[in-house]
Design a protein around this ligand. Sequence first.
Ligand SMILES: Cc1cc2nc3c(=O)[nH]c(=O)nc-3n(C[C@H](O)[C@H](O)[C@H](O)COP(=O)(O)O)c2cc1C
Length: 424
Amino acid sequence: MFWYHAMTKHSYNSVRMNPNRLSWEDQPSTYKNYPEAYQKFKLNLEEQEDNFLYHIAGLTAKKSYPSGEYYLRINPSAGALYPNELYFQVRGVEGSVDGIYHYEVSSSSVTLLQEISEEEGIEPYFGFKTAMKGYLFLVSAIYYRSSWKYKNRAFRYCLLDAGHLLGSIEAAALLKPHAVQVHYTIDKEKLNRMFGFEEREWFLAGAVMAVPIHGSEVTAIEFALPYVDGSRSFEKNELIEQAYYETMVLESCQKQIKAPKFTYNTTKLQETLFTRRSQRGFDEGAITKGQFNYIMESIHQPILSDCDEEVSVYVVVNRVLDMPLGLYKDGAYIEYGDFARKAGYLSLEQYSLSQQGAVAFFLTSKAKNYQALYQKAGIIGQRLYVAAQYMQIGCSGIGAYYDDEVNEFVGNDEMVLYALAIGK
Ligand SMILES: Cc1cc2nc3c(=O)[nH]c(=O)nc-3n(C[C@H](O)[C@H](O)[C@H](O)COP(=O)(O)O)c2cc1C
């Protein structure tokens, strides 16, 4: 097991010995905004391309608290801390200047960081020799936004949230419709330097929604952007830094070239993405077997990527009509029984989610490429949110669980990556 993962487990005792006391006034900013001197383009939802971009990471709800107003987004995030940033290169897309952009969430606009030419681009950092028509996305993390609250465990959340954002790109691309391939093997070291991240922000993955322009070779573009603060405050976390750098380069990757098949109706999907929310608790409502099967089929579709690590999905059925209660893996029974209360306990006693929900999920892996396997768990999580919401069923990610006790329950010694629950 990767040492970082072993060191950041929760247990019944650990969460009681290290209670987290936070002052919300000190919360780091969740927005990164480039200076006004850069050219910015406001997203216009009437335009197809802008509408597509908005459905990846746009703002969709406002919540008012005594401490201020908070905005929620298309993509979910552990603790609504949104550690990830989104960048992309556009080439040959009507209505857009070819270039490299940052997605500015706070103003629903995109900032042009660097123009590109026909001969140069970021393609070579993805391993492509030819120019790519379409979008090359890059997902980063500003880890302090999350480590401010979640301390050492935050790297897990940065990766899960990045996976959700990649899943969000996949879902928004279905509106066009287009396939998206996740690229974990990008030249992170070089890109981090060129983007001026100064060790406070790191690239975690890329995603390709583009096709090669035959006969059009490109060379790697070189530039040096200035550092732009994306968290307001910052405290270095050496454990997280070490975990990032040790897992930055991927090894012995297996590609997944089989495309997923989804059966979403575009109009209904668009509405689904726009209205997606996390359910804060369930009322012990049941779902049908048809709904359950539809959701399972969607999350088990292949994920196109250059490094497809194996992630196991354990399912605790609490309330699915005509389905026996118990623990399943890949559609097969492991154990019969009513484990609702157990699932609630394992999810750090969030009983209103995993006990009162219809189904609880636990994702585990024993694979080697930590950044790839963890982000895959996030992509599966995003697919679960979308498929459930599409069926008018609630969903919540659950980043906090008792690691070792989940292992005992499911009967393996793999890394426990994520828990989720769906229900009514
Ligand atoms: C990786 C991850 C872990 C999460 N963990 C929990 C959790 O343990 N308990 C909980 O109630 N919500 C959890 N959530 C839900 C977030 O709190 C929620 O996404 C965030 O507040 C934004 O709200 P929204 O999803 O409705 O947009 C998690 C979400 C993600 C993506």
